[in-house]
Design a protein around this ligand. Structure first.
Ligand code: FE2
Length: 506
């Protein structure tokens, strides 16, 4: 295209001269004898250079120049004139002419002007090409930056979701929900290092049977997860069937093609592994997916460590508090078995009544802690062999509130405290400390009242002997609807009967 030159001049001899001269130099030359013809040929062809006379019979050369520039601003134009006044040359250059050649010209003059013009055109073309490439590159970078920003935004959101809870099961569930939702995968799972510090156990999964989740246990170096643990680095495998590293390693308990496996690294220690298998779209995982999962793994590690730390703090507090309750139980003539029985009875009734796992856990804790407030009651009252005086009884009735006060600083026991506070409320509203009645009393507290009262009937009290099982059952029935929630009594008696008939205990 650069070799194509259009010559516009009304003098046939000039056209022929330039055609011969430029063809000899290897150019392809088209000639036009008028401005209109020149413009028409220019629009029909592709030219690297146009040489036009300024004085044409039909159109002013400046007009021709204007039309050419309008059609293609990059075209290099040399104007030729036999009347080179300052005004005409200035006007042509202002309209975008690259150079002018006064007539008559020599061969050297014209050759020099053409070479110079085409070198300029070449440079401009190269420059344009570079600018186009730069623009494309910028656009790609901009697109990449947008994707990265979006990815960081997602990771921030996931991190914030994970830190919204300190419950490990919820943390794991949030991690897998976000991964499967964003990458639209068939299977994803998390393995965590167990307390023996040897085995990695599958703790949470999506898209896998429960049987697989319960059985999956990996050691360093075993299977794909074991490889990731051993090498402390992640894996992006496009197709396991064709990846030479894993031809003999596809011994996972589920079928997989493309997968990502990344370690959960905490201070150079692998605390677990995230495995992500098979996109629903059947596409293979990309490097972007891999980078995203590594980002999620970093957030997940923080969330898991925090949840475990919180759990161990909770456990430590609970152990301390339970030491106190054992001391109270001993003073109150209860044995460890009483506490254990109450927990088992309460848990069995709660399951029958479809309470959630979390509610059952709180109920069991409340069963162990509800009388901790007796630590604030004088021994003379607690161990008095006779019936209490009204004044002593009033003091005794403060123990649920005292229990709640002792536990109040432990925020993780908030739900437990409600149950503790209400464990001496009565269904008919004549209990203490708040005279709540029926459904105003939390269900967990209504369960504790039934099972604790029942088991206490088997213990010798300072003021009466232990009852037989039959007598205790009669007492429960008698108190149903007054002291006890009839529904809870009914469920408890059913649970008790099943337990007795299986002779296995609850
Ligand atoms: Fe109590």
């Amino acid at each position: 295209m650069l070799n194509n030159i259009l010559v516009i001049d009304d003098e046939m001899v000039i056209c022929e001269l330039l055609e011969t001269l430029l063809k000899d130099q290897g150019f392809s030359v088209t000639t036009a004898l008028s401005g209109e013809e020149g413009i028409k040929k220019f629009k029909e062809g592709t030219y690297g250079l146009v040489m036009t006379d300024l004085k044409l019979p039909d159109l002013d050369g400046i007009k021709v120049l204007e039309q050419i520039k309008k059609h293609n601003p990059d075209t290099v134009v040399i104007v030729m004139t036999g009347y080179p006044s300052f005004e005409t040359v200035h006007s042509a250059l202002r309209q975008g002419a690259f150079d002018y050649v006064p007539k008559p010209f020599t061969i050297d003059e014209i050759s020099f002007a053409v070479r110079r013009a085409l070198a300029f055109r070449n440079l401009k073309e190269t420059n344009n090409q570079l600018m186009r490439e730069l623009a494309e590159q910028n656009s790609r970078l901009e697109e990449k930056a947008k994707e990265r920003t979006q990815e960081l935004r997602l990771l921030y959101k996931i991190g914030s979701d994970i830190s919204s809870t300190l419950n490990l099961s919820e943390v794991l569930s949030i991690i897998l929900d976000r991964i499967s939702g964003i990458l639209n995968v068939e299977i994803c799972s998390i393995l965590l290092l167990d307390e023996t510090n040897k085995d990695y156990i599958m703790k949470c999964a999506k898209g896998l049977d429960n049987a697989v989740v319960c059985k999956t246990r990996v050691r360093v170096g075993e299977s794909i997860s074991g490889w990731v643990i051993e090498h402390k680095e992640g894996l992006l495998v496009e197709n396991i069937e064709t990846d030479p590293r894993f031809q003999h390693r596809n011994d996972e308990k589920y079928y997989t093609r493309s997968f990502i496996s990344v370690p959960l690294l905490s201070k150079d220690r692998v605390i677990g592994v995230i495995n992500v298998n098979n996109k629903k779209s059947k596409d293979i995982f990309t490097k972007d997916d891999y980078r995203f999962i590594k980002g999620v793994a970093a957030e997940a590690t923080i969330g898991i460590e925090n949840a475990r730390l919180y759990q161990s703090l909770e456990d430590s507090y609970m152990r301390t508090v339970l030491v106190l309750t054992s001391a109270i139980d001993a003073k109150d003539h209860y044995t460890n078995k009483h506490s254990q029985h109450v927990c088992e009875y309460a848990s069995a009734v709660a399951k029958e009544l479809n309470l959630s796992e979390e509610e059952i856990k709180n109920l069991e804790r409340a069963c162990k802690l509800h009388d901790i407030g007796k630590i604030g009651i004088e021994d003379t009252i607690l161990t008095k062999p006779d019936k209490l005086t009204p004044e002593e009884w009033n003091k005794m009735k403060t123990h649920p509130s005292k229990s709640a006060e002792i536990l109040r600083p432990l925020a993780f026991l908030n739900e437990v405290i409600k149950l503790v506070e209400q464990h001496h409320e009565r269904y008919d509203g004549t209990g203490y400390p708040s005279s709540k009645k029926a459904e105003e009393i939390t269900l967990g507290a209504r369960i504790i009242t039934v099972v604790d009262s029942f088991d206490a009937m088997f213990t010798d009290r300072p003021y009466r002997k232990a009852l037989t099982k039959e007598a205790a059952i009669e007492e429960l029935k008698k108190g149903s609807g007054t002291q006890f929630d009839p529904k809870v009594v009914e469920v408890f008696l059913r649970v008790l009967e099943q337990s007795l008939s299986s002779q296995s205990g609850i």
